[in-house]
Design a protein. Structure first.
Length: 293
């Protein structure tokens, strides 16, 4: 089996897997998992009854960040109990969720009091979504050039497919980097009662934050798209080598034809041939012809 057929088949399968992984990660809500041990917090507060504990208990029963939740790119979902003060809806996965607000557009001018850190986080979040969308557009373009290249067995089209897959990989990796930037700002710099820096000590001690399976799928999609790009590059090289080999094999069967000199007769008459000379011979002594005077 030709090298190009095997390589292009592997590249196509790898690219399809990469697209599926990125699409699933983009659409699901399990990037971060925040497990809150509500029972431990409630037991602690019940053992220390005072005014501060009563106020904290009210927050435990009303604020959403005291509830176990998962966070994605667009939604915050509550797989267990739901906070009564947050309006939720059923997601496609039958989980009660509420949307993450990127303020596009900001109709009520809610961002007027944002700090510089809050603006930085917001811009990174918006850019992250934009990069993911552009990466999917790049993958679609790679699909078009890849189909054309395989049909025509064109190394140029396959190379373009490899470049587009590499672009999609870089865009998705950039989006992942921005996601980590948003996570860092929310945990280390963002100011607000719902962010980790201002959580109550009891909440910090009884909450576990970890990466979930959507996050893992996203990074797998990035690396798989890189592998697909490299395979397309290798497939283009194989196609180019096979074309050169076919050209050399065809040249061997071409017979050289050289022009040959031929004598032609005009108007049906033979071409006169030179005849031996039969006239008189002159000696060196006869300077004026055959007669001496």
């Amino acid at each position: 089996m030709p090298c190009s057929a095997v390589t292009l088949s592997l590249a196509t399968i790898t690219s399809i897997i990469a697209t599926a992984l990125l699409a699933i990660a983009f659409a699901t809500d399990n990037w971060l998992s925040i497990e809150v041990k509500r029972t431990h917090i409630q037991n602690y507060l019940s053992k220390h009854p005072d005014a501060q504990s009563q106020s904290l208990l009210d927050s435990v029963n009303s604020k959403y960040y005291y509830y176990t939740r998962t966070k994605g790119l667009f939604r915050i979902c509550y797989p267990k109990e739901r906070p009564p003060t947050v309006k939720t809806y059923l997601s496609p996965l039958e989980t009660h969720c509420n949307n993450i607000n990127y303020y596009i557009p900001d109709e009520n001018n809610d961002t007027k009091d944002f700090t510089d850190d809050a603006w930085t986080r917001l811009h990174m979040g918006r850019s992250m979504i934009a990069l993911f969308i552009i990466s999917f557009i790049s993958i679609f373009a790679a699909f078009c050039t890849g189909v054309t290249g395989c049909w025509r067995r064109s190394p140029g089209n396959i190379t373009a497919t490899a470049l587009l897959m590499l672009l999609a990989c870089l865009l998705a990796a950039g989006a992942m980097g921005l996601w980590h930037g948003v996570e860092y700002y929310e945990k280390e710099k963002q100011v607000g009662e719902e962010y980790y820096q201002q959580w109550n000590t009891i909440l910090q001690e009884n909450a576990e934050i970890g990466y979930d399976w959507s996050f893992v799928l996203a990074w797998l999609g990035v690396f798989t798209s890189l592998a697909g790009s490299l395979l397309f590059f290798f497939g283009a090289c194989c196609l180019d080598n096979e074309r050169e080999k076919e050209t050399l094999d065809n040249v061997q069967y071409i017979m050289p034809v050289y022009p040959q000199k031929q004598q032609y007769a005009y108007a049906g008459y033979p071409v006169p041939q030179p005849q031996p000379y039969s006239g008189p011979y002159y000696t060196t002594g006869s300077a004026y012809g055959p007669y001496n005077y």
